[in-house]
Design a protein around this ligand. Structure first.
Ligand SMILES: Cc1cc2nc3c(=O)[nH]c(=O)nc-3n(C[C@H](O)[C@H](O)[C@H](O)COP(=O)(O)OP(=O)(O)OC[C@H]3O[C@@H](n4cnc5c(N)ncnc54)[C@H](O)[C@@H]3O)c2cc1C
Length: 460
């Protein structure tokens, strides 16, 4: 059996055919009204869906305000549907900001750019580079919108880098009352603290100003490390590299380290490869799940032969990966000092009980920030992500692992599956009540509240 490095790392481009982005009507068109006329919306994994009365894509802030005033409630803003939790589903109106996208303004002195909230991360790289700017850090795919990303505190890795929300220096939103409001650290500071991570509950974000930096070239390196050695070395790797993360491949005792470092080496882009590694791991699980040591032997033999691999390219081309295999995901952000112990415990549980799974687990570093609903607020963090093939029931696995993540003080990723409720969040977030106060003032009638948000905020 031969497995390429890329194959081993659960790559997988977003399954493009999903009905998340299309069809949205231009605002002027009449929304579908009857059940028969409704068009199903579903998220990337297919785990969340709804039959909204209207799916609308306004082109201006004024159209956003008019939709808020006239369209069926609840109104839920949507990005590209890459969240696994039920943030978007509604019987009312789904609003896409697809037509409010692109780089609107740049400031060469402060290295900030104001962009349309519906911009997809992958569509920002080239126009920002033309203006002499680049995003400071990126998550591991680039299909999400900027508004969707900051609304759940989407993050990449690197102990000196916060989530995308932490690079927001100002934003514009249209409130439930139809007002267009700008907020930043000086203007409406409480709203700014709440709106940088808001789960789409305060209003429709139309513009975002981001702190950027100069364009740069990145050297990406991947290499195989035995699990026990990784447990010893991970923090050192994190300190020695601009960005460091690793995957643990369950039932293998082996990890894959990934580093990104700034470089001025010549370009050496990655060569495209087939992307069926996760399915190879699935086949091994299907056929050898009854014999964990044999399965480990096969995976280890494949991994041990893998040479170290590096490539060099412009930052925005290097950070994103493809995700060709669909999955559901749970990810918790833990205080950094607890995270490796939690990972070891999860391994003991899953492998000790021979719980059937094949997706690699992802371990990343994220810098602390001060945003009210940021899972990274007030603490240096590490994130642990566990995946389940989209056709499989994720609940048994996630409910077995979640108590370990909670016991170690984890806060769930807002866009990834979890079972926490308002009382849990009140304990985990020091500014929980501050956020609720701002939410109540911004949307007293619950225009933006669907069932999931009512549960999260304790308003059910
Ligand atoms: C394959 C895959 C890889 C991923 N990789 C990462 C990763 O590396 N790091 C990470 O942290 N997460 C990752 N995620 C999770 C993903 O980044 C988040 O769930 C993100 O929020 C999705 O953005 P989206 O544009 O799809 O927004 P959606 O999922 O459509 O919406 C997310 C939230 O944003 C709100 N929203 C959207 N637009 C607006 C707006 N204009 N105004 C107000 N609110 C709005 C929505 O109402 C919702 O609450 C990944 C998900 C997938 C499926």
């Amino acid at each position: 059996m031969s497995l390429s490095r890329r194959e081993m790392m659960m790559q997988g481009a977003a399954v493009a055919a999903l009905a998340t982005g299309k069809p949205f009507s231009a605002f002027a068109e009449t929304p579908a009204k009857t059940q028969e006329q409704r068009i199903k919306w579903q998220n990337w994994s297919g785990g969340q869906s709804c039959l909204p009365e209207a799916r609308l894509a306004p082109a201006t802030a004024a159209e956003v305000a008019e939709i808020i005033a006239t369209s069926t409630k609840p109104i839920r803003p949507v990005g590209t549907g890459h969240s696994f939790t039920a943030l978007v589903p509604t019987d009312g109106t789904i609003m896409s900001l697809d037509r409010l996208s692109g780089v609107l303004e740049t400031n060469d002195e402060t290295m900030e750019a104001t962009v349309g909230a519906g911009s997809k991360l992958g569509d920002l790289g080239a126009p920002l580079e033309e203006k002499g700017q680049a995003l400071i850090n990126m998550p591991d795919i680039n299909r999400q919108t900027l508004a969707g990303s900051i609304s759940t505190s989407t993050h990449g890795t690197g102990e000196n880098f916060g989530s995308l929300s932490s690079y927001v220096t100002g934003l514009e939103l249209v409130s439930a009352a139809g007002e267009t409001i700008w907020c930043d650290k000086d203007q409406q500071p409480d709203l700014f603290q709440a709106a940088r991570v808001s789960l789409g509950s305060l209003g429709i974000i139309t513009k975002i100003r981001l702190q950027n930096r100069t364009p740069h070239r990145i050297n990406k390196r991947t290499w195989v490390v035995p699990f026990d050695e990784m447990m010893e070395q991970a923090d050192t790797f994190a300190a020695e590299n601009r960005n460091f993360e690793f995957y643990y491949i369950p039932f293998s005792s082996m990890c894959m380290g990934i580093s990104h470092n700034e470089t001025d080496e010549p370009l050496a882009p990655s060569s495209a490869e087939d992307d069926d590694g996760v399915m190879t791991l699935k086949a091994l699980a299907d056929y050898l799940g009854w014999a964990p040591s044999l399965r480990e032997y096969f995976i280890r033999s494949a991994l041990e032969d893998l040479p170290e691999e590096t490539f060099v390219d412009t930052s925005w081309k290097v950070y994103p990966s493809d995700r060709n295999v669909r999955f559901n995901e749970m990810e918790y952000h833990l205080p950094r000092e607890n995270a490796l112990a939690a990972l070891k415990e999860i391994r003991t549980l899953v492998e000790g009980e021979n719980i059937d799974l094949f997706f690699p687990w992802e371990f990343r570093y994220v810098k602390s920030d001060d945003i009210w609903l940021s899972p990274f607020q007030g603490r240096e963090s590490c994130s642990i992500a566990i995946h389940r093939y989209y056709e499989e029931d994720y609940k048994p696995l996630f409910s077995a692992v979640e108590p370990i993540l909670q016991k170690h003080g984890g806060r769930p990723h807002w866009g990834k599956l979890h079972t926490l409720k308002a009382p849990d969040f009140a304990t985990l977030y020091p500014n929980w009540n501050d956020f609720l106060t701002v939410r109540q003032a911004m949307d007293p009638d619950g225009v933006f509240l669907n069932d999931h948000l009512r549960e999260v905020f304790g308003l059910a």
